[in-house]
Design a protein around this ligand. Structure first.
Ligand code: XUL
Length: 577
């Protein structure tokens, strides 16, 4: 007989698709359905899920496409045989920073949905603007400058909101929106983030913003737990703070809050139980750290086209080159994030150059040459103890950590006298670059996270407890080995094997926790009791090794110096231009 226990759905509304993933109370995945925007949507002129206006560096997505996708995914789950009446809780993960502008009719339309019609058919009038600015948008340089100068400088804005101003952050986006479309802004009754937009659909009324995702706006004062009045004032302009505050609404501090029951539409159209509870959806990065019971001082490194580094930490130490968010479930913890634009693409360029030199052996093992050469090269390319350390910055795309144009810079660093020279003297090119690029990427992570790690035992230097690798690059054991040598990890380096499902899983686990938690029980506690490590993670490399960890400790000093020098060089060039 099929099991009849409760089920939970986690949605992932990302740039290119909407996914729905269903788990049991025991965290077993029983259904997955995906709606790919490019392949499956009808009537939208999009590419990779978005539209662009290149002249103004705008990137945005049609909101109606997401409505079409939600009916699409629910329809697919129904076809798969999901018994919606068993679903006890629904939560989600939304691409961060995107905003949705609701019209004055939104609440009325959300409340009166007819089960015979699609969401798209019925909610066209629910928006004062048909598009949601996307996290890839970079149209807001002027607004970012204003945000930073309004509080004095990037450091102060980071201190208050967890991040310096970023193009994609919602505050600068709203400021630009109200100036560019004053009529639409005036008609906007509420503003949602993508996460709370998703929760609103299920709830049949506008859901509050999520306690973690709200930190991606440059508007939320993290330490005070309120919007920052000064930043609201800047953002609202002539329309006034009170109006903007009404548009944004309150932010409940509990990420597991029961927002209410699913709207009648979902009961009547899909067979949800009227008792199914809507839980706040959060951002996709906060949801990713919920894909496992990540303990404080564990680190997650996502090695995709870009690189993302996530940590759960009790320390709040903001800096303009990093991000802090409230933890999505656990008060007193923060999510620390580094978000690089460069990662996989840069490694692939080095890989291809090496293949050109050595000749490609087997297309089925595209990383064979790269891995072999990297593992044969000694740490920091030091073949003798007199050799300088080889390091560099490899940015095929403009980078944000640190803020630098696209380019490549290679240096030799002598740790004995701390001298640094921009040169490729002594480099065997391109072979030495395999080790140099992976080391340099990992050194950047160690440099920026070292203030947040702690010593696991007397005599052992501060470092993460475990390092979890996710994303495409996590399959590469040679990269994992270097990651362990540089970042440490007293328990080792693990691969989190959940394919592309980390965000949706995290959202589904959040729903399980919110509904089934005992009073005061943390997410980490509940999930670790039910999570079967052997099913999801595999130890793929050693972590902390004393000698090499110390050596890389010296390399970090050189790396920091190198970045500073390149930034100064570039600033001087800009000054002359
Ligand atoms: C994070 C960010 C991206 C999006 C991707 O700040 O902009 O990771 O969340 O969906």
């Amino acid at each position: 007989m099929a099991p009849q226990g409760p089920l939970y759905i986690g949605f992932d509304l990302s740039t290119q698709q909407l996914k729905g993933l269903v788990v049991t109370s025991e965290l077993k995945v029983v259904h997955i359905a995906k709606f790919d925007f490019d392949a499956d949507s009808r009537g939208f002129n999009i590419k990779k899920g978005v539209q662009t206006n290149e002249a103004e560096h705008e990137v945005f997505a049609p909101v109606a496409m997401w409505l079409q996708a939600l009916d699409g995914v629910l329809g697919m789950l129904k076809e798969q045989g999901l018994d919606f009446s068993r679903v006890k809780g629904v939560s989600g993960a939304g691409q961060q920073h995107g905003s949705v502008y609701w019209s004055g009719d939104a609440e009325r339309l959300l409340k009166s949905l007819d089960k015979e019609k699609t969401l798209e058919e019925q909610l066209q009038g629910a928006f004062s603007h048909p598009y949601s600015p996307n996290w890839q948008d970079s149209s807001t340089q002027a607004e970012c400058d204003e945000f930073e100068s309004f509080l004095g400088n990037p450091e102060e804005l980071a201190q208050v909101t967890g991040s310096k101003a970023h193009h994609r952050f919602t505050g600068p986006q709203i400021l630009r929106f109200q100036r560019k479309y004053p009529e639409a802004y005036k008609k906007t009754s509420r503003i949602s983030l993508v996460s709370s937009f998703l929760a609103s659909l299920f709830l049949g009324r506008i859901a509050p913003l999520d306690i973690s995702d709200v930190c991606g706006m440059n508007l939320w004062n993290i330490q005070n737990g309120t919007y920052d009045e000064r930043l609201l004032k800047l953002c609202a302009g002539e329309f006034g703070v009170a109006d903007l505050q009404r548009k944004l609404g309150d932010v409940p501090p509990d990420g597991g809050l029961h927002l209410g029951k699913v709207d009648r539409y979902f009961v009547e159209r899909y067979g949800f139980s009227p008792d199914c509870t809507v839980i706040p959806s959060t951002g996709d990065n906060p949801a990713t750290i919920l894909a496992l019971p990540l303990r404080p001082w564990d680190a997650m490194v996502s090695l995709g086209t870009s690189t993302t580094f996530l940590m759960s930490t009790p320390q709040y130490k903001p800096d303009p080159s990093t991000h802090f968010f409230n933890h999505p479930t656990t008060s007193g913890l923060y999510m620390f994030m580094l978000c690089y634009k460069n990662g996989g693409l840069a490694r692939e360029q080095v890989r291809d150059a090496i293949d050109k030199t050595l000749g490609k052996e087997n297309p089925a093992t595209p990383w064979a040459n790269f891995d072999k050469v990297m593992l044969q090269t000694p740490a920091m390319g030091q073949r003798t103890e007199w050799d300088p350390m080889k390091m560099g910055l490899f940015f095929p795309r403009p980078e944000i950590v640190p803020n630098l144009r696209a380019g490549q810079w290679r240096f030799n660093y002598n740790p004995n006298d701390q001298t640094l020279k921009e040169t490729t003297e002594g480099w065997h090119q391109p072979l030495d670059e395999a080790r140099a690029i992976v080391e340099s990427q990992m050194l950047s992570l160690r440099l920026r996270s070292r203030g947040l790690t702690q010593s696991p035992a007397e005599g052992i230097p501060p470092q993460p407890k475990r390092v979890y690798l996710v994303g495409g690059g996590s399959r590469n054991k040679a990269i994992a080995k270097v990651a362990g040598e540089i970042l440490g990890g007293v328990d080792g380096v693990y691969k989190l094997d959940v394919g592309e499902n980390a965000c949706a899983l995290g959202a589904a686990y959040k729903a399980v926790w919110a509904i089934e938690r005992k009073p005061g029980q943390t997410f980490e506690d509940l999930i670790s009791q039910r999570w079967n490590e052997d099913e999801f993670i595999e130890k793929i490399a050693d972590g902390y090794q004393k000698d090499v960890f110390e050596k890389y400790g010296k390399a970090v000093e050189g790396f920091e110096k190198m970045e500073k020098q390149v930034l100064e060089q570039e600033a001087a060039c800009r000054g002359k231009a």
